[in-house]
Design a binder for this molecule. Structure first.
Ligand SMILES: [Zn+2]
Length: 249
């Protein structure tokens, strides 16, 4: 296995992993849905004079990315056996009076942090009031998308081959042709399974079956690097559980 970094930004990274089977790349990709993430799970409304129904507001609140600031147990593994207690639940209050736009920064409580404080939740007109108490807990995206920490996906690495002849080609200029040949053209990801032509010369761009470009994009709860590592750990944990089960069986 060989790895090299392509791009690293605050919210996303990409890198090439060579010489791995496709099922392995896919297992890592899918394991992103097994990372425990904090999100609002239940909302009790005391006042809601806004134009939005309680259900729509609750849905919006659930999708606000949150981060636990101290250790939080997963509810199903907590000593409360799923009933909900301070070890596995974060209480969040929301109180506002119009005229105003209610932002995510108005979610108040201990043990959590709002990642994007300027996310609008609802607009309140004059004298309209909103009062709610929410409970947030850790969950996994396999259960609901609101528990997703971001996205991991991959493309096959493009293999560029010079060929004598090709049908159905895309004509490019000399400069672009050279860039493609050197693997430096930005067009390459869109040219998989295509052939390009310039002055009677041909290049075929074929997807590799064992080299992949991974893209990791975070919604803010973790850095992309942490997210990828957590996905791998979640996969390891699942395999470990399976092993434990089979040893006992
Ligand atoms: Zn608990």
């Amino acid at each position: 296995m060989k790895i090299n970094l392509l791009e690293k930004k605050e919210e996303k990274i990409s890198f090439v992993v060579r010489d791995i089977p496709v099922w392995f790349a896919n297992a890592i990709r899918r394991s992103v849905s097994e990372i425990p993430v904090l999100a609002i799970d239940t909302v009790e409304f005391y006042k809601n004079d806004s134009a939005l129904y309680d259900e729509i507001l609750a849905h919006r609140l659930g999708l606000i990315p949150l981060k636990a600031t101290s250790y939080l147990a997963e509810r199903d593994k907590c000593s409360c056996k799923g009933a909900g207690c301070s070890k596995c639940t974060v209480k969040i209050k929301l109180k506002a009076k119009g005229p105003c736009t209610v932002y995510a920064s108005e979610l108040k409580g201990k043990g959590f942090e709002v990642i994007y404080k300027d996310m609008p939740i609802v607009i309140l007109e004059k004298d309209q009031e909103l009062e709610a108490v929410c409970e947030a807990r850790l969950g996994k995206a396999t259960e609901h998308a609101k528990f997703s920490p971001g996205l991991i996906w991959y493309n096959s690495f493009p293999l560029i081959k010079e060929v004598r002849k090709a049908e159905k080609t895309i004509k490019v200029d000399k400069e672009e042709f050279e860039k493609i040949r050197e693997g430096k053209s930005k067009l390459i990801p869109d040219l998989l399974n295509e052939a390009v032509e310039c002055n009677g010369k041909f290049l075929k761009i074929e997807p590799s079956e064992k080299d992949f470009i991974f893209f990791v994009e975070s919604f803010g709860q973790f850095t992309p690097k942490e997210m990828f590592i957590l996905a791998i750990k979640a996969l390891q944990q699942n395999l470990h559980e399976l092993e434990k089960f089979l040893r006992k069986a």
